[in-house]
Design a protein around this ligand. Structure first.
Ligand SMILES: [Zn+2]
Length: 271
């Protein structure tokens, strides 16, 4: 059983390796050793939760769906923390540069429902009047490629999706991965649910952290995580609570379009 579990973990790690921002075609053995204190300190310095960090052959999967390579962690970033209202915490590390800019998006090997989800997410971003716009293409190299993977739950945990942060060159992280296993999206998901999840992963590709990075109990349940960062309030924005940000760490399983504060934060960073 242990062997079987290791095999599952190896498959998981190999899958994540493909999703990584850096290229590495070699199959590697999964190292079962725990994540070192040094790496945890780097993840903390990045402004990300050090809970349940999963080591992969090519990086670290943090907060469930953000893949960071060891090189990215070593580089470190100066994060910008933005606060809108009482509960919305927006944070960005590296941003996409070279604006105004059109980012092409290609989806491969996934059903029409996912394609419709991508189009939904693109339409939502493009309606905001940002200096970044998205355009779906069906051939050639894309700025972001969205691809599927099939992974059953591991130890009761199922991964729906993963992506990463922008590269040191100021490009969006090039790959978003979606799990079409029946325990995750399945092959024919609800378009608005899939679209909202894709919209979330695209947010990471633009440099957005989880809105509730200081208190993941807000969307995921469980304990408060951290309160050691003083975010920068965006002047002139509403003070009242405004839940259901598209960048909450855990999905509500339904449709989650941009709320008013999401739009304020995105326009602050990209308009
Ligand atoms: Zn996320």
């Amino acid at each position: 059983m242990k062997k079987q579990m290791l095999a599952v973990i190896a498959c998981l790690a190999a899958g994540i390796m493909i999703a990584s921002c850096s290229k590495n075609d070699k199959q590697q053995q999964v190292q079962p050793d725990p994540v070192s204190d040094e790496i945890l300190a780097q993840i903390n310095a990045y402004g990300l939760s050090t809970d349940n960090v999963r080591k992969t052959p090519d990086g670290y999967l943090v907060e469930g769906d953000i893949l960071l390579t060891a090189d990215q962690l070593k580089e470190g970033v100066n994060s910008t923390a933005l606060r809108v209202g009482q509960v919305e915490q927006y944070r960005s590390s590296r941003l996409v540069t070279g604006l105004p800019r059109t980012i092409t998006v290609k989806i491969v090997g996934l059903s029409a429902a996912f394609v419709a989800g991508v189009d939904t997410a693109i339409r939502r971003y493009n309606s905001l009047g940002l200096r970044i716009t998205f355009q779906r293409i069906t051939s050639g190299n894309a700025g972001i490629t969205i691809e599927g993977f099939n992974q059953a739950p591991v130890n009761g945990y199922v991964s729906f999706a993963s992506s990463g942060f922008p590269t040191s060159a100021g490009d969006p992280c090039p790959t978003i991965r979606l799990n079409y296993n029946a325990a995750a999206f399945g092959i024919n998901p609800n378009v608005l649910f899939a679209g909202s999840m894709i919209q979330h992963e695209m947010g990471h590709c633009l440099g957005m952290h989880h809105t509730d990075y200081m208190d993941r109990s807000f969307s995921c349940g469980g304990a408060r995580v951290r309160e050691d960062i003083t975010p920068q309030w965006i002047p002139g924005t509403p003070m009242g609570p405004d839940p259901d940000s598209w960048m909450l760490a855990c999905s509500n399983g339904g449709n989650r379009p941009f709320n008013a504060n999401d739009i304020i934060a995105l326009r602050y960073l990209y308009r």
